[in-house]
Ligand binder design. Sequence first.
Ligand code: FMN
Ligand code: FE2
Ligand code: FE2
Length: 400
Amino acid sequence: MIMDNKILKISEDVSWIGVLDPALRVFDIIMTTEHGTTYNSYFINAEKKTVVETVKEPFFDTYEAKLRQVCNPEDIEYIIVSHTEPDHAGALRRMLSIAPRATVLGSSVALQNLKYQIGFTFPCRVIKEGEMIDLGNKHLKVINAPNLHWPDTIYTYLQEDQLLFTCDSFGAHFCHEAMFDDLTGNYDEAFQYYFDVILKPFSTFFLKAIDKISSLNIRAICPGHGPVLRAHWQDIVSKTKTLCEQYLSGHPVKNRVLVAFVSAYGYTRAIAEKIREGLEDIEGIEVDFCDLEKTPATEYEEKVARASAFILGSPTINQNMLPQLYQLLATLSPLRDKGKPAGCFGSYGWSGEAEQILATNIQNQKLNYCGESMFIRFRPQEIDYERIKAYGKKIGLMLQ
Ligand SMILES: Cc1cc2nc3c(=O)[nH]c(=O)nc-3n(C[C@H](O)[C@H](O)[C@H](O)COP(=O)(O)O)c2cc1C
Ligand SMILES: [Fe+2]
Ligand SMILES: [Fe+2]
């Protein structure tokens, strides 16, 4: 059991006052966290006392005890909200009740979000790109970092101490009470997993943010989760840059069509095979032919990311499409995949509900639905082959 009353000095006037959550095993429903996590908050002991980020609400009591070790909360002048996801901003509501003089500073989107999270009015001010927040004897520079990973995200840079606060960027779900990257041991795997799940889809934005911070003199990077990077921040930034570039160059492979389906008795598969033949009539088209029942769900995301068009197939079973299709659709990223050509197909016995469900889901995901589907009662017959092939070809041609 880790006793969580630790405060760590990052510089003469800046302390880590975050909390440890070593027991966490699932984050945001979507991520496993075998090493737990930390919710990092930082106290800046400037003339105007400032807190960067709070913590997840259930940890407020532990957090408050730490805060009271470094200051009287009534003296806090500013609370910086780097983004409004409740793992960091959740405790803000209670924080405001013990810090009545504090003004909350965040991007305009962040303050809009907070209005709906907090539920009562509180002192706040929008801070903008390039602005210097005057803390009396110190200055915090505002760096917009939108979509990393929420639209409201900002970084802040404490000039005098050369510390960069980066919200979720450069963080990891990795709980170690030593908290400094030179003391925690290697956590590459946790770092990579955090990047893959949380930040990778926003690689374009990440590269822009990395570019913006490249001219700063940095002593340490202070992320929202996991170790404070005082020893290896350069390695982490350059590794992140490489990962973003790799991701962007690897996807989508131009003209790669994902034909993904499930099939209980092989009828939907037979339609899929004819669709593939139709696609292969077009020069330069690459087909990723994927039986989802035989594909581990962990591979769905990579397949989706690399596709430039989707043709999805499901039989109707119990008036529905199959869960593998729901799962695959859930890995689409609106930002990345919006507008990619798409169609759907399948075999059915009598009522054929999968057709409507699949077509509607494709349109809800803002893919560019080709306008028609290819559903066939039971077994596709020879007489159907040409129009099935034509259907595949039609979607393939949307890429040209
Ligand atoms: C358990 C089960 C439930 C089914 N429920 C439906 C249904 O609700 N509506 C329908 O149109 N067909 C239904 N069917 C029929 C299948 O859609 C049909 O057999 C189809 O050809 C299967 O295609 P596949 O070989 O690609 O799996 C059901 C079949 C099974 C095995
Ligand atoms: Fe977040
Ligand atoms: Fe977070």
